[in-house]
Ligand binder design. Structure first.
Ligand code: SF4
Length: 446
């Protein structure tokens, strides 16, 4: 949005996931030359297609562009399903401005890199990819003023999303290669000063020097400890109190890093622990060990950071002993929260190719089963299990969730945190309490 605005265009933004009736969007797109529809994952395609096809009827003369993670990996399907004119591949800051400029001047979009479309015979045409943007500090800050943040606050989402890096150098098979197709291989990092500047702008916009942020980086802890020191000091010098949380691997933190992260306002780290079985971690090509997880959680407990364990169970090669090892690891980690997913074969990722080629894929064509959060909530899986039954895995999920609920009810730290959240964000705290109580009953977590 900022890139378009800096180039003289007038973008508008709407989060279509919040619209109960599609005609609420009509006035937003009337008169637009380009309508971009973001599709973050396979599970979002159906909704995006519905929105896109509705908006086509409202703005028949506009150019429709599908962008985001899914179109970068599946451009043909994105165009076909949404009825879009183009799919935008990878980073869009430069390509979307070139497309707007080109269409505005009557030029030929075929010259623009990172674009795909279907030719008259229905064949996919892709232009060459441009190099990724090496200097992330050169990218303008997000145009936050176009976002209706109050609507998110009303839904109990009292935090702002930011990123400090793009890409990930690791090789987990349930994730790669999709992130590489979007951001290229490796990781690029913003400077700490640039992130502090963005936080200061956000604080100004919201009229508060105390803000809650979720850093959405794949692994923010790839920054060295010196980066976090500069970040902590920069926030302090600008008088900004940031309360933030993030995702991390267990092998990219050190005790010193955890300490400085806590000093800069980090209150929660969500770790990809995945399994307590080294055999399963190795199969995932995770590159971590259960011992590293224990160390990382201990440091978080020592420095007052809430540590969440994200787990996956239900991989076809998994046995009862593997899940038992995961359960035993939890007792050593003493997590403040636990989220247990079913291992899911998502298209575009190595695990999907492996599951399909090995005959483990339960359903090739039900996109609803590509969403790990939905599968977790509905307790369904998309891979066949030779060594366990589906009921076994669901039963383990319930057992882990009962342990989670017990930890939540009995941990003094958790009780104190919940009481303080109740004061700051009553709706969010009430939802959290409801989830814990449902977990204690052994049923579904959400
Ligand atoms: S799961 Fe995380 S650490 Fe593994 S490849 Fe994906 S982003 Fe990187």
């Amino acid at each position: 949005m900022s890139a378009l605005r800096n180039a003289g265009h007038e973008p508008v933004y709407v989060d279509y996931s919040f619209c109960e009736r599609l005609d609420e969007l009509d006035s937003m797109v009337a008169g637009c030359g380009i309508v971009g529809v973001a599709i973050s994952a396979a599970a979002k395609l159906e909704r995006a297609a519905l929105v896109s096809r509705h908006l086509r009827s409202v703005a028949p003369g506009a150019c429709f562009v599908a962008g985001g993670a899914y179109p970068s990996i599946f451009p043909e399907n994105s165009i076909t399903e949404t009825g879009s004119d183009y799919a935008m591949l990878g980073e869009a800051e430069e390509a979307i401005v070139e497309l707007a400029d080109t269409l505005g001047s009557g030029g030929d979009p075929a010259t623009i890199r990172n674009l795909a479309w279907l030719d008259e015979q229905g064949g996919l045409v892709e232009t060459p990819r441009r190099p990724v943007i090496r200097d992330l500090d050169s990218i303008p800050f997000p145009a936050r003023d176009v976002v209706d943040y109050d609507s998110y606050l009303r839904e109990g989402m009292a935090e702002y999303g930011m990123v400090t890096s793009r890409g990930c150098p690791f090789h987990c098979i349930y994730c790669k290669p999709s992130t590489d197709l979007i951001f290229g291989g490796g990781i690029r990092r913003r400077s700490a000063g640039n992130v502090v500047e963005e936080a200061a702008g956000l604080a100004d916009l919201r009229g508060s020097d105390s803000i809650r942020v979720f850093f959405k980086d794949d692994t923010i802890t790839m920054h060295p400890v010196g980066w976090f020191e500069l970040f902590r000091d920069g926030l302090r010098d600008r008088g900004i109190r940031l309360e933030w949380h993030c995702n991390s691997r267990v092998d990219t933190v050190t005790e010193e890093k955890v300490r400085v992260m806590a000093e800069s306002g980090c209150h929660c780290i969500s770790f990809g622990v995945e399994s307590g079985s080294q055999r399963i971690l190795d199969f995932y090509r995770k590159g971590t060990t259960p011992g590293q997880a224990v160390r990382a959680f201990d440091w978080c407990h020592d420095y007052g950071i809430e540590a969440t364990a994200n787990l996956m169970i239900g991989l076809p090669i998994e046995t009862e002993e593997d899940i038992e090892a995961t359960y035993e690891l939890l007792k050593r980690l003493r997590p403040d929260d636990i989220i247990v997913y079913f291992s899911t074969a998502i298209p575009g990722r190595h695990i999907h190719t492996w599951a399909r080629d090995s005959g483990y894929l339960a359903s090739e064509d039900n996109p609803e089963l590509f969403d790990p959060a939905r599968n977790r909530a509905h307790e369904v899986m998309n891979m066949r299990l030779p060594y366990l039954t589906t009921e076994d895995v669901i039963s383990w999920k319930h057992r882990i969730e009962r342990y989670r609920a017990w930890r939540k009810m009995t941990s003094i730290d958790n009780i104190q945190r919940w009481a303080s959240e109740l004061l700051q964000n009553p709706l969010g705290a009430a939802r959290k309490a409801g989830r814990v109580l449902r977990g204690l009953g052994g049923g579904r977590a959400d």
